[in-house]
Design a protein around this ligand. Structure first.
Ligand SMILES: Cc1ncc(COP(=O)(O)O)c(C=O)c1O
Length: 373
């Protein structure tokens, strides 16, 4: 393929007759006696797929993370350890409940929370660890769970981007006390905006369920028990998500195929590293990505601009959160060098499930040319 005729985008869903059929059915019939049919099917299907007891459908991954903090009763005086490079919601939800986010470093190869750095950041105020499944990659969950057990801490998995990733036989999100997912439009499975809170704990589920719908008692109509929020999901969105979850293994296979094409194109280029899949992990490869090596003279901005000129859309990795004035810590770049390295050198490549081999081959050739590899 020569130059494409329009921008090759980083993300984008696969919508088939199945999704169209469910959504149309929900629009036509999903009211009155049937107002929650798709919500119930979505809950059941996702719980079955993940092998967990409870699924609470919510409006966003961010809402699910906030509910996790509330369900664990985390509040003022508490600390939650999160990776320094991740989506901003991880830090914000800790703030929402009046607690303090503590920023630990990530592993340079997986881009996920590093257990050694977690251990170094534990204080007597620490209540929870929040590992993030960056771009579908798996954190060292054995290491993190062992530390959590030894120190009596909760684990909230931000598995928002990792539906379908498997770590040593367990699904992402189903390992810690609570897991959360996002179904925002760029994710592997979409519903426009949306999320899910998952847990095996009756207590955490019931608390999140109450706070998700205005603090209203699920067993007594309009009886309010607490100051709640409005994070509930609509039946219409659940219809779309149900179809996507029914196809999740197909979507994972496509993402992995795209990553395989990149691997063929990009392997052996010393100026970059790509997603690493540790032994025992099946990543969903949500975002095929490259991290520019330290000694590459090209800047990330230059690299992204050049790709854009060649009609290749990219996304920068999440900046280290401690760079932002609202969470600033001038010592963090020294304390969390890997977060500053991958956060400032990483680039997500076009990875939408509809990408073709011809497009990936084109992108691979452009990267080789730019990096003179
Ligand atoms: C790692 C991570 N956490 C949380 C979120 C928040 O999800 P949402 O956009 O559904 O609120 C996202 C989504 O972009 C994410 O990538």
């Amino acid at each position: 393929m020569d130059r494409p005729d329009r921008m090759i985008l980083t993300a984008g869903p696969s919508i088939t007759k199945l999704e169209e059929g469910y959504v149309l059915d929900a629009v036509r019939h999903g009211w009155n006696w049937h107002w929650s049919d798709y919500l119930e099917r979505f809950e059941k299907k996702l719980a079955e797929y993940l092998g967990v007891k409870h699924v609470l459908p919510v409006s966003h991954g961010t809402g699910a993370l906030h509910l996790a903090m509330l369900a664990l009763n985390i509040g003022p005086g508490d600390e939650v350890i999160i990776p320094d490079t991740t989506y901003i919601a991880c830090a914000n939800v800790v703030k929402y409940v009046g607690a303090t986010p503590v920023f630990a470093d990530v592993d340079r190869a997986t881009w996920c929370l590093d257990p050694d750095s977690v251990e170094r950041n534990i204080t007597r105020r620490t209540r929870a660890i929040l590992p993030v499944w960056m771009y579908g990659n798996a954190p060292d969950m054995d290491g993190i769970m062992e530390i959590a057990q030894r120190h009596g801490l909760f684990v909230v998995e931000d598995s928002c981007p990792a539906l379908g990733t498997i770590y040593k036989g367990k699904k992402a999100g189903a390992i810690g006390d609570i897991g959360v997912f996002s179904f925002q439009g760029a994710k592997i499975a979409v519903m426009g905006e949306g999320g899910a809170f998952i847990t095996n704990s009756d207590e955490f589920y019931e608390r999140a369920q109450l706070l998700c719908k205005g603090g209203m008692d699920p067993s007594r109509q309009f009886w309010v028990k607490d100051v709640g929020y409005m994070y509930k999901l609509s039946n219409l969105q659940a219809a779309l998500a149900l179809a996507q979850i029914e196809r999740i293994e197909e979507l994972v296979a496509r993402k992995r195929q795209i990553f395989g094409w990149y691997q063929e194109q990009l392997s052996g280029i010393s100026a970059i590293s790509i997603n690493r899949e540790p032994h025992g992990v099946r990543s969903n490869m949500w975002m095929s990505s490259v991290v520019l090596a330290e000694d590459v003279p090209a800047s990330r901005d230059w690299f992204r601009t050049e790709l854009k000129n060649r009609l290749i859309d990219t996304r920068p990795f999440f900046f280290p959160i401690t760079m932002f004035p609202i969470y600033s810590n001038p010592r963090a770049s020294g304390l969390n060098p890997n977060s500053y390295f991958v956060g400032l050198q990483g680039v997500n490549l076009p990875s939408g499930v509809e990408r073709t081999k011809e497009e990936i081959d084109y992108i691979g050739r452009q990267i080789r040319e730019l990096l003179k590899a």
